[in-house]
Write a protein that binds this ligand. Sequence first.
Ligand SMILES: C[S@@+](CC[C@H](N)C(=O)[O-])C[C@H]1O[C@@H](n2cnc3c(N)ncnc32)[C@H](O)[C@@H]1O
Length: 243
Amino acid sequence: MSLRFDVLTIFPDLLTSPLEEGIIRRARQDGKIEVVITNIRDFATDKHAMTDDRPFGGGEGMVMKPEPLTAATNQVRRAGSGKVVLLSPQGRRFDQKVAEEFAGLEQLILVCGRYEGVDQRYIEQQVDEEISIGDYILTGGELGAMIIIDAVTRLLPGVLGCADSVSGDTFSRGSLKYPQYTRPRLFVDQEVPAILLSGDHAKIEQWRWLQAVTKTKNRRPDLFATMEFSGKERNLLKKHGII
Ligand SMILES: C[S@@+](CC[C@H](N)C(=O)[O-])C[C@H]1O[C@@H](n2cnc3c(N)ncnc32)[C@H](O)[C@@H]1O
């Protein structure tokens, strides 16, 4: 079964290049995902193909009109299975857990706002959830939609070459990832940590785990506070002065 993403936007070209590179391109080719981009302007009803208008009550900027957005949403929504997500700085914060949640869907419709935002009646009538990609303001939802497509797609079964790549990721076990090294062994006076060359896989795994926990404690105390350890792990952390 593949996941279908629909992106509703007035700037469809913004998304074409990122969809045609690397893992996302391969996932599309292999039928793991389908991405359909719909131009909201095609659903405008007036002769100037307007998708925005001045705000009632006055004020700055323009607001996206509800009719073209509604017609576009109705056109792409598959009965029963489509979740409509509006990209919005006012929404629930996107993170790895939300990505995992979305990876279980059959269809995700990503609606990209522009200008000052979107008519509230469209949001109330058509949108299942507003999602923010962080506490900052972008000029539009397109890059946010691409971030969601990217993060969700790499979680789908068979998309990454090696299943371990997902399970060892930062966040997948509630911690940041351990430091990684590749060739050469010596780079600008700095050797690769000797343990990684030892061939002792149990020791390497333990070292990586200690590094990951230490890094999480130092950089992300909020994440560290949510981590749970077994008795054996606690003893190891105490032995190394981490807790
Ligand atoms: C300039 S923003 C509008 C911001 C709006 N005036 C406000 O203060 O909430 C235009 C569009 O970009 C998108 N956008 C901006 N920042 C975003 C964020 N952090 N996360 C998700 N979408 C965002 C939304 O679709 C939004 O409708």
